[in-house]
Design a protein around this ligand. Sequence first.
Ligand code: SIN
Length: 537
Amino acid sequence: MSRINVDFLVIGSGVAGLTYALKAANYGTVAIVTKKEDVESNTNYAQGGIASVFGEDDSFDLHIRDTLEAGRGICKEDAVRTMVKEGPRCINDLVKFGAEFTLSPDSAKFDLGKEGAHSRKRIVHAKDYTGNEVERILTSAAHNHKNIKIFENHVSIDLLTEHQVSSKSSSDGITCYGAYVYDEQNGKVKIFSAKITLLSTGGAGQVYLHTTNPRIASGDGLAMAYRARAKLANLEFMQFHPTTLFHPDAAAFLISEAVRGAGAILLNKDGKRFMEDYDPKLELAPRDVVARAIDAEMKKRGDSCVYLDLSPIGRDYIPLNFPQIYNKCLEYKLDISQELVPVVPAAHYMCGGVYTNLYGQTSIENLFACGEVAYTGVHGANRLASNSLLEALVFADRAASAAKDSIKNISSPPEDIEQWDDSGTFNMDEWILIAHDRDEIRKIMWDYVGIVRSDFRLIRAKRRIDMIRREVREFYRKTAITEELLELRNISIVAQLIIESALLRKESRGLHYTTDYPEQNDQNFLGETVLPERLID
Ligand code: SIN
């Protein structure tokens, strides 16, 4: 069995993983393992931008206030303050790496966009392909760095802790030594052993039937961390993006909030601007409010979508400033500068995750987490638009700075890490089963654990998901590994963890809305939802 020894193992190649890798590479060797080609990640799909204080009429205090308000009272204020204050420096680092953000007409400053629940214009962006631009420059820098090696088509299976080391017992405390990783090209499992491991695996949108996330966003980091007994928090707060293209062939293509920021309005089938009935901030209300309003409007009227009207923006502005969205919609024979755009909400961003401190350190020794997989506490019950890339940049930078001091004092992982044992497994050729289970989980989650929840729906979902998860677990034990199987195993676990978290929160707050407890309950205030260890086996 091949074993790769490095100082830093980075699992995932979005903005958090690449930022960390580039900075940690100053202190040691880095292996980045990534499931697909290197540019495929949630980062790549982020159209809107990076929220940060650059405007003359803006201030750190205003950005902090907007973030806390969107988070409905359960953001961690120290984490928010850190993110906001360190944001401009991290964005300037990206510019030094070569990122080309859209500038004002005189090229003297950033052209700042506006998005929902921001009281000022503060979205640094590269037209409507910001994630792509950030990923492009970071990937190229990582490829050119002598201390970084990127392993594409490598799927992480499980974290390595003392449970996989013959000479240690679990009473020694939990320490991470790297991960077992499946190499798709030769079908073999490798040991990646590392002094420090970073989880930067992104989100879990694939747990839901409709999602803006790519196929690889199957909650792998959450599931791996849970199996390794790391602390996880607030998984009930899945953010649904209000506006994705409703088209049979479009698979929830995102229509950026920046489009509403530029002036687009939402209409129902009768042409009524329905946000007037829901929130004084209209289309720029926080995301949870807009998504719930669309959901309510569709359910009330029995409609399958609502419409975005871009005519207030001006026809000429659209192709120039939203070229990606404009051209993509043209592929579906829809000219968004002339026609109404049919839209529906879809699962978009996990606000909870693997519990970390302000340096990305998890509850497991030498295991760090950054980006969407992590729970730093900045998003609370609802993430403010375009705070996600910002959080990833700032906390990856901080985790790398912590590594500078700690890496010298960490000994190399033990030699006697157990070899991967796949005896007794065989190729079952049951693709239909894997595909069917994945679809079934995603549909149950969409129907019962979506924008509007109730105890009845959650308990029903729990019964069904628990049964599928147990079947998947049995199947996994007997079957030769494939990427699809690993993803199914993770999706089944994350789905159940989301339900368990949702059942614990007996109130409605931000992204978690339940008809049984429709009000925010500040008396019996449940700050964080932390699941008991080994709740599910
Ligand atoms: C968007 O452009 O609407 C998505 C960006 C984000 O999720 O913050």
